[in-house]
Design a protein. Sequence first.
Length: 265
Amino acid sequence: MKENGKGRLEGRTAIVTGSTYGIGEAIAKVLADEGAISIITGRTEEEGERVASEIRSAGGAAEYHPLDVTDEKRVEVVVRAVYERYGSIDILVNNAGISGPNKPIHEYAREEWEKVFDVNVTGAFLCTKYVVPYMKKSEGGNIVYISSIYGIVGASDVPAYHATKAANRIMAKTGALFYAKDNIRVNSVHPGFIWTPMVEDFLKEQSEKLDVPAEDLRAELDSIHPIGHIGEPNDIAYGVLYLVSDEAKFVTGSELIIDGGYTTR
């Protein structure tokens, strides 16, 4: 047990995809802070090593593995390496994702549409495919899909992204049914607007497109949330922590919405 009552995940191994920045980084750090060995994955080695180093400097355990979740062979290799080193894979957080072009559906090229699905849906499928057999060997585990509020409600932007997030939601429910007998719980988390590089880039794009200062767009975004502001990455990370902890032992097939009240309107 760590100091200050922490240590809910002591000794568990957690693979977090897309954890070199933003929400994934926050999740990896929070899980490590609670005693998990955080496996940082992503395509940017410099950022991955930075996150792992910061976790270790704070007294946690972490290592970085380069990973493109669309590369099936690489997914298989990384998952096997983690299992062989630590003897179990207890947690998988399918977080890796891209937003894709912001334009109407009929303007998409097929390759643009498929690229978003390759990362957000097929990537999550591949990681789940190769992790589940090891979880079965250990007689249990937790899988969390990072979906979105736009996996539940609609919006007139980035349609491929929204479609993939709806897919993630149902993948979690289907997985929950398949693997309940194996003591593997599967849930989804649905972030609202969280201040991440993805949202920041989106506001910059809209600022240039509409010729409106980015600060004004940020204030407008804050105002549409009943709680009065958009969220931070740790808001999502602590939701994930709950779902993968023993406190959530009766929770599977659920969707945890963390959006400052946005979808209550």
